[in-house]
Write a protein that binds this ligand. Sequence first.
Ligand code: PBG
Length: 303
Amino acid sequence: MTILRIATRKSPLAVWQTEHVASRLRAAHPGLQVELVPLSTRGDEILDRSLAAIGGKGLFLKELEIAMQRGDADCAVHSLKDVPMQLEPGFALAAILARADYADAFVSNHFLHLDELPQGACVGTSSLRRQAQLRALRPDLQLRDLRGNVNTRLAKLDAGDYAAIVLACAGLTRLGFDARIRTRLDAPHWLPAPAQGAITIECRHDDAATQALCGVLDDAATNTCVRAERAMNLALHGSCHVPVAALATLQGERLLLQGLVGSARDGQCVRAQAEAAMTTPEALGITVADALLAQGARALIDG
Ligand SMILES: NCc1[nH]cc(CCC(=O)O)c1CC(=O)O
């Protein structure tokens, strides 16, 4: 293969991530011609309804998968946190790149920290996971929906619609908005989405040539961590409809997994953590999911 065509969404973050993968692939394979195939997805076009209401995160993948099926593209680049726990049949993840900062960011033009927000201040986020954790820490806040790409969300903050918003540090850093981060919302008090900060390359299951080309970008440590996080989410039937948060970190040869299930309605949260050998990430994910279920996570998930 001399040309590799990578499908991407058109948002600035998606294009940045795809350009990043393209340049890593060019560096790894001198002589390989790498081209971007920008596509628009339903998830990007429908901005007036919540993701949960229009069919979930899979919406961001569908058009890119159709392009791969048609042979218009060889692979697609995604934020792994937007990839459903179970891929569509016929597709596989060829690589998971080394994770950037996994944390969420508290972003505001007037306040440095969540604790500084005045009583009843308005915070923008459409993520049920972020809403649940905000409610748990600050039950007084008024939470308002905020959709759109990272640039749009920052513009709405600047327009004065919200006192603060919550975004992923990774996306802000990639787009050059590092200076917007007021506080990193970090573990153990605040947990990210499963696989937040990790970029992945999806391709056709039977395309061994593309898998071989892209496989060199896989990062073993990140791969282990996100397998534990995604196994926990799968065991809870997690999707974007439920506020599930997870963070796995390697401590030498040991893998620590912290998990949380919450209620976006009243901020009730259950938490669990466990550790295991780094060779059994999926089993660890199931262990933590079971511990969350034992504390009543099912009732929170089912609303
Ligand atoms: N939901 C959109 C999305 N998907 C991935 C990221 C951030 C980048 C990453 O997690 O790798 C974002 C933006 C955000 O949540 O602020």
